[in-house]
Design a protein around this ligand. Structure first.
Ligand SMILES: [Zn+2]
Length: 309
């Protein structure tokens, strides 16, 4: 008998032995296995507690239940919108990754000392749910803490380079640009970003631009999949001493653009003070979705079909 047949027989015998205990365990014990939640939504947790609160009346519990259903519905609508990748439209997701430390070393003194940060901003061209995310679709913008801060001007400038230089051909051929990012006011959801996008509209007047923000607590985007792979790779490395070593690692995952060499910063914050602030008719903090071609603001995804159809 060959080795493969022997191991198959051995596996079958082991399973035969284990099946009674598996059945007993799954039927008699009410236990489940899974990864512990690390980034759970505060609203979901609040509703789950409120629904089972013995001090609430039946009517109050029903109202909490209805609010929870609406909250979950909003999350579903957001992910439906993200997944609606259609031809002729370019869908981009972007975010900042956790700061990368320099030097990364196993030596104890370095861990307890103040380390320098390397900032990384990632833009991913989303091709649809479970797409393979090729290197060409990933653009990674890096800069050091001593060169510039992590603010709205840097994020808007990096995205500006991505749209006007790296993806210029795709943007010019598109009818619509769909942007998805979290609602961080300091980075993505601010007037610097709006003024940069308004300037882009002047270059491409027929381009429709929508910027959509996720429900708080449910902000997992395709860019986070790339970041997860990068973090996994970096975690396995004991020593990284130079920014160039980080750049070499990042090049395995996408196109790396170094600040000062490949792209520069523009002061959109100052420019927006004179122009955009005087013209706008909406509060950006309330927006769940901005349509910059029509100046429409959606405050609730559940109204999206009515407002943007
Ligand atoms: Zn939630």
């Amino acid at each position: 008998m060959c080795t493969r047949c022997m191991s198959s027989l051995r596996l079958r015998a082991m399973l035969k032995q284990a099946i009674p205990s598996i059945i007993l365990f799954s039927k008699e014990f009410n236990l489940g296995f899974g990864h512990p939640a690390t980034d759970a939504c505060a609203d979901c947790a609040k509703y789950k507690i409120r629904i089972t609160d013995p001090n609430l009346t039946d009517t109050e519990k029903r109202m909490e239940s209805a609010s929870f259903i609406l909250h979950r519905r909003r999350v579903c609508v957001f992910y439906e919108m993200l997944g609606r990748v259609v031809e002729g439209h370019l869908t981009l997701c972007f975010d900042m990754i956790q700061n990368l430390v320099l030097p990364k070393t196993a030596i104890g003194q370095a861990y307890y000392s103040r380390q320098m940060y390397l900032y990384l901003f990632g833009v991913v061209v989303h091709q649809g749910e479970n797409s393979c995310q090729s290197k060409d679709d990933v653009h990674l913008y890096v800069w050091q803490e001593n060169e510039a801060s992590k603010d709205s001007n840097m994020i808007a400038s990096a995205l500006n380079d991505c749209l006007k230089v790296q993806l210029q051909g795709k943007v010019s051929r598109s009818r619509g640009l769909r942007l998805f990012s979290d609602s961080c006011f300091g980075q993505n959801k601010n007037m610097s970003m709006v003024s940069m996008l308004m300037e882009l509209r002047q270059l491409f007047p027929n381009l429709g631009i929508e910027h959509t923000f996720p429900v708080r607590g449910h902000s997992y985007l395709p860019a986070d999949r790339v970041f997860g792979r990068i973090e996994q790779k970096i975690r396995k490395m004991d020593t990284i001493l130079l920014p160039q070593e980080y750049h070499a690692i990042l090049q395995q995952f996408g196109n790396v653009h170094v600040y000062g060499t490949d792209w520069d910063v523009f002061d959109y914050r100052e420019a927006s003070k004179d122009y955009v602030k005087a013209q706008r008719s909406f509060k950006i903090s309330e927006a769940r979705m901005l349509d910059l071609s029509t100046n429409k603001v959606c405050k609730d995804y559940l109204q999206w079909g009515v407002l943007f159809s």
